[in-house]
Design a protein around this ligand. Structure first.
Ligand code: GLN
Length: 310
């Protein structure tokens, strides 16, 4: 995987994939996300020590949205262990959109099917430990600062508030799960933490670094220090393969074949096992809520450097 020797290629792939942005649409159900530039596309590939390839405006920041689900799952597994976490959330893909409610009602027991859909992610966030929202968020931010080596990482207050004010579908998922004993805490408190978690902000270089740690058995590139235990990094990578691109995960596995997670802000984080981490930002989305140009770019990256795990 000698990506660093072919740097100029990433530029060409980004220029080509950028054409697709005009066929996508930025997310608008969270009002603050409407402000994103629809034609933006940036990408960074990190292989340890330095960002080895980058293209587009890689300094542009964006919020993690659903990419944060991978990180809260890792933290919850580290804090509470597999048995406790999977007593509240399942391990199976749904084939439904990320914010769907239907399986909560039709699937028995009524715990969410997996931690990558909104219902499952809300259940996982509810497990995060700490005395109050502030302390739980601080623990999560500390974990993410550790993963990126960037102590400046924080959440975007405007995006968090914008989502909190309009998160009626997520509120209904929470009330349903509260009725069925999946979550315990007050719904508004959980939504405050969840919307702040989703609004954690970084650029695609930081995102590539997180992807790298997950790809490399949880060890930091610079120090080799374990940040995520091997067993946890294995679980989250597996979820990235089976559920990471929502109800496009099957096609993505065939076309790209790299564990990855997307968010409605247009971010995608990918982790090539024992290889590079990849961070992409392209806010124009396809009809399933994945970055339209980002998906195309990852397919091109995978094919160019033969990165599929299959
Ligand atoms: N914060 C978003 C939501 O809950 C995250 C969804 C996503 O990125 N798919 O709707």
């Amino acid at each position: 995987m000698m990506i660093c020797h072919d740097l100029y290629l990433l530029d060409a792939l980004v220029v080509e994939a950028k054409q697709l942005t005009k066929h996508g649409k930025v997310a608008d159900y969270i009002p603050a996300l409407k402000l994103a530039k629809a034609d933006a596309l940036s990408a960074a590939i990190y292989q340890g020590q330095a960002t080895c390839a980058e293209a587009g405006n890689v300094e542009e920041t964006f919020t993690l949205q659903s990419i944060s689900k991978v990180l809260t799952l890792a933290l919850a597994l580290m804090e509470s262990g597999e048995e406790a976490v999977f007593s509240k959330v399942g391990m199976e893909p749904t084939g439904d959109p990320f914010n769907s409610m239907i399986k909560l009602e039709t699937h028995s027991p009524s715990k969410p099917l997996n931690p990558m859909i909104n219902a499952g992610a809300l259940a996982v966030t509810s497990m995060l430990k700490g005395a109050d929202v502030e302390e739980r968020l601080a623990r999560l931010l500390g974990f993410i600062r550790n993963l990126t080596g960037n102590s400046e990482i924080n959440y975007n207050e405007v995006v968090a508030e914008s989502e909190y004010d309009t998160a009626h579908l997520n509120r209904s998922l929470c009330y349903f799960m509260k009725q069925h004993g999946v979550i315990d805490e007050p719904v508004e408190q959980l939504l405050e933490l969840y919307t702040k978690q989703c609004a954690i902000e970084m650029n695609c270089k930081d995102l590539a670094k997180i992807g790298y740690v997950i790809a490399n058995e949880g060890k930091a590139a610079e120090t080799g220090k374990e940040i995520i235990p091997l067993s946890v990094s294995r679980v989250i990578k597996t979820f990235m393969v089976t559920c990471g691109m929502y109800n496009a995960s099957g096609e993505f596995a065939i076309r790209v074949g790299i564990p990855a997670k997307s968010g409605v802000s247009g971010g995608i984080m990918a982790s090539v096992p024992h290889g590079p981490g990849i961070g992409i930002y392209g806010p124009a989305l396809d009809d399933k809520g994945n970055s339209i140009a980002g998906m195309h770019l990852l397919e091109a990256i995978s094919k160019t450097w033969n990165l599929s795990i299959f």
